[in-house]
Design a binder for this molecule. Structure first.
Ligand SMILES: [Zn+2]
Length: 403
């Protein structure tokens, strides 16, 4: 089956995850696609294991007695940020300029100039009402087609290939039940990135910071020297955080503080922040400064007015992957072989590979070839889908005789 047909089949399943759900999976419907994948893997002759929590693991043994067990991992859910129901993909030969997705929705090339790289190519777009789901069903389709290729070409040497399909990645719970030793791979890749050629082995170190402010309400007419206004104290605290260290003014390897919620009144206020930095030392320094801002606020407003709780969320996988740079090198060579320029980019966020790497399964992230994830203007060029299959085949087979 062509990778495009696989992809179109997978996006017809609504697999949106839900950040407000506490069940696992967060939505029952995610399991439908996983059941299909289980069936398709079995039809290919792959050994399948469905874990207690419903992840689908597949194993294709080595045909050359290789000791290497290499992993490819993708998630089946789509983002809650946009509807994934009734996805109606359309394939349009891109000839430049804007693209009419429907009578109401136009894809503006001015807003998304990256599309200029694909003039003359067939591109899968949405109908302008839903997301497409290339994140990460393109990754799923590419991995499945890679397996199919190896099954149909038994003369191509391969190591043991392990694949995993998970759920709830988009709500930050993608590896919640992932037992790395049960899976049993040595190292591998998540296939969940964007533009073709992307290889990422760095992500943010991440923490959350919650500020709590306790004020003191006094009748405004008699407040002189007595009132402590929690909103003013919050305002002071926030003003101490550097204005040029916000997401809007940082890029590449620059970290930031971001406020994401504030709730409160004169007496009680809480503000939620996230703190991010690729560099471990700068990350520690940012957290320490965040705590110092509370001390400074208390110097001005009174002891015990402001307090903060800082909690680490995840760490930069570079710490682990710097020992496994052969994964990056191998991917670079595979892209070059397909005429694609490798782009080594730091992830400005987290990735399932970060958790997996720290748990003993080193996993950089590779492109899927898609663009504009989580929205109505998501698209993926067909040649990118096809090239990614070749890249995965090439990566896997280069480990066949690896020691
Ligand atoms: Zn994804």
């Amino acid at each position: 089956m062509a990778v495009l047909d696989r992809f179109l089949r997978y996006v017809s399943y609504d697999t949106q995850s839900d950040e407000n759900s506490e069940t696992s999976p967060s939505t029952e419907k995610q399991l439908e696609l996983l059941k299909l994948l289980e069936k398709e893997l079995k039809e290919l002759g792959i050994t399948v294991k469905v874990t207690d929590h419903g992840y689908v693991f597949g194993t294709l043994p080595s045909n050359v007695g290789s000791n290497v067990k290499i992993a490819f991992i993708a998630h089946t859910d789509t983002s809650p940020a946009a509807s994934g129901e009734n996805v109606k993909p359309q394939i349009i030969r891109y000839t430049g300029g804007e693209v009419k997705l429907s009578d109401e929705v136009v894809f503006l090339e001015k807003s998304f100039p990256e599309i200029n790289a694909y003039v003359g190519q067939d591109i899968v777009f949405t109908d302008g009402t839903t997301l497409l789901g290339a994140d990460d069903k393109a990754g799923v389709a590419e991995i499945m087609s890679m397996l199919e290729y190896f099954v149909n070409n038994p003369h191509i040497p391969r190591p043991e290939i392990k694949v995993a399909f998970t759920y709830d990645e988009e709500v930050g719970r993608g590896t919640e039940h992932f037992n790395v030793s049960e899976f049993g791979a040595d190292f591998g890749y998540t296939v969940d990135g964007g533009v073709i050629g992307e290889i990422s082995y760095e992500n943010f170190n991440a923490a959350s910071g919650v500020l709590t402010v306790k004020g003191l309400s006094v009748h405004p007419g008699e407040a002189y020297g007595k009132m402590i206004n929690a909103v003013d104290a919050f305002d002071y605290f926030h003003s101490l955080l550097p204005e040029n260290e916000r997401p809007v003014s940082t890029k590449d390897h620059e970290g930031f503080y971001m406020i994401d919620e504030v709730k409160g009144d004169l007496e009680n206020l809480t503000a939620k922040y996230i703190i991010r930095d690729h560099d471990k030392e700068k990350f520690q320094a940012k957290k320490a400064y965040f705590e110092k801002c509370a001390e400074e606020t208390n110097k001005k407003f009174g002891v015990g007015v402001a307090s903060v709780k800082v909690k680490d969320s995840y760490y930069n996988m570079k710490e682990i992957l710097s020992e496994y740079m052969h994964l990056v090198k191998t991917a670079e060579n595979a892209f070059k072989k397909e005429g694609v320029k490798p782009l080594i980019l730091p992830i400005r966020g987290g990735t399932d590979g970060a958790h997996l790497s720290f748990e003993g399964l080193p996993c950089p992230n590779l492109s899927t070839g898609g663009h504009n994830f989580h929205g109505r203007f998501e698209y993926i060029p067909v040649p990118s889908l096809e090239k990614m299959v070749k890249v995965l085949v090439d990566i896997a087979s280069s480990y066949a005789l690896w020691k």
